[in-house]
Design a protein around this ligand. Structure first.
Ligand code: PMP
Length: 351
């Protein structure tokens, strides 16, 4: 075996174990496939692709469509293969050896993971025990470490909590580096940091087609930020990183905004129903602005509940062994019947 870099040897990698079950509520995907009309339009356009040619390197039509939807200009949009590749490109550009990246834990694990892979030092700020972020702790971390990149995830994963707008503003007041608002789940929440984007502010917002858009299989995400930020990322990302089919899929998806809004409404209504049902059991439920809910059973350990759910063919995310999340599980909101299957199984187990 050939040894890797010393700093990579200690990394564990990111895992999301799959188990063969009937009800899969563990990876925050949409429970609905994309609209049939989307699939037909996509098939028609894909049949016309000139496969012997490279795709549009700038992905201009896609970026224009995204920009128009958000009311910004295309030079404020950077698109890549899932928001994970967006995050990676941001960190390759603004972090790396000798640079610091701040996160507030618990949060999305890939922020720290990618930061370490590109050689940066990770500064882990702590959240309160109810997973909210104390502004004093946030200011202390930024003041003491002067990070080159600071992440806020809103709604946060795995907690589901929405960061109040004041937190982003307070962070921008003290940060010298880039502030990244990871908004993979923003459509399920009531506010977005998009309105704060400005040429003069070092703020960027990242989004994905994996959740609301029912397109996790496509791998498409994007960032919206100042034009100077997008220009720097374009230097770093590989040429032709977005294939022709993906560019078409993203552009066509944006014709179905009202279908997607309707799905978001359904999922939000189901989220409230599932949260209320769990709150009536001996379970702590973290208020969620996303398409999943974090919960902690009081009477049985989280690991035992996870296994008992799998025994009933329901898979949720087991966070119980993660730092700061003892006994916690995360359930993705599915279709009403999947949610019923989950709640019925849970009632049986908790009883
Ligand atoms: N950010 C957050 C907070 C996430 O939860 C996820 C998906 N687990 C991502 C980014 C990555 O999404 P994708 O790469 O599918 O766009």
């Amino acid at each position: 075996m050939i040894p890797v870099r010393d700093d990579l040897r200690v990394l564990e990698g990111y895992h999301s174990p799959q188990v063969d079950v009937r009800v899969r509520l563990n990876t925050n995907e949409s429970p609905f496939p994309p609209p049939a009309a989307f699939r037909d339009a996509l098939a028609a356009e894909i049949s016309r692709i000139e496969w012997h040619r490279y795709p549009d390197r700038e992905a201009l039509e896609l970026r224009e469509a995204i920009a128009e939807w958000h009311g910004v200009s295309a030079d404020m949009v950077f698109a890549a293969n899932g928001s994970n590749e967006v995050l990676q490109t941001i960190l390759l550009t603004y972090a790396g050896p000798g640079r610091r990246v701040a996160t507030f834990e618990p949060t999305y694990q890939m922020h720290a993971q990618i930061a370490r892979v590109v050689g940066s030092e990770v500064i882990e700020g702590e959240r309160r025990s109810d997973f909210t972020l104390d502004p004093t702790e946030m200011q202390r971390i930024v003041g003491a470490h002067d990070p080159h990149v600071t992440f806020l995830t809103s709604p946060n994963n795995p907690t589901g909590l929405v960061e109040p707008a004041e937190r982003v503003v307070e962070l921008l007041d003290v940060a010298n580096g880039l502030v990244v608002a990871d908004e993979a789940y923003a459509q399920f929440a009531e506010w977005s940091a998009l309105d704060l984007i400005d040429e003069a502010r070092p703020l960027v917002v990242t989004r994905t087609f994996s959740k609301t858009w029912s397109m996790a299989g496509v791998r498409l995400g994007y960032a919206i930020g100042p034009t100077w930020f997008v220009r720097e990322l374009e230097k770093v990302v590989l040429p032709y990183h977005l294939d022709s089919a993906k560019q078409i899929a993203g552009r066509l998806a944006l014709r179905f905004v009202s279908d997607m809004d309707e799905r978001v409404r359904q999922i939000v209504a189901e989220r409230e129903r599932v949260s209320a049902a769990m709150a009536a059991m001996p379970i702590t439920v973290t208020p969620s602005g996303a398409n999943f809910v974090l919960f902690r059973p009081h009477t049985i350990s989280g690991r035992e509940v996870w296994q008992a759910l799998v025994d009933r063919s329901v898979l949720v995310r087991d966070c119980s062994g993660w730092p700061r999340l003892t006994d916690c599980l995360r359930v993705t909101i599915g279709t009403p019947s999947e949610n019923d299957a989950f709640l019925d199984a849970l009632k049986e187990i908790i009883r």
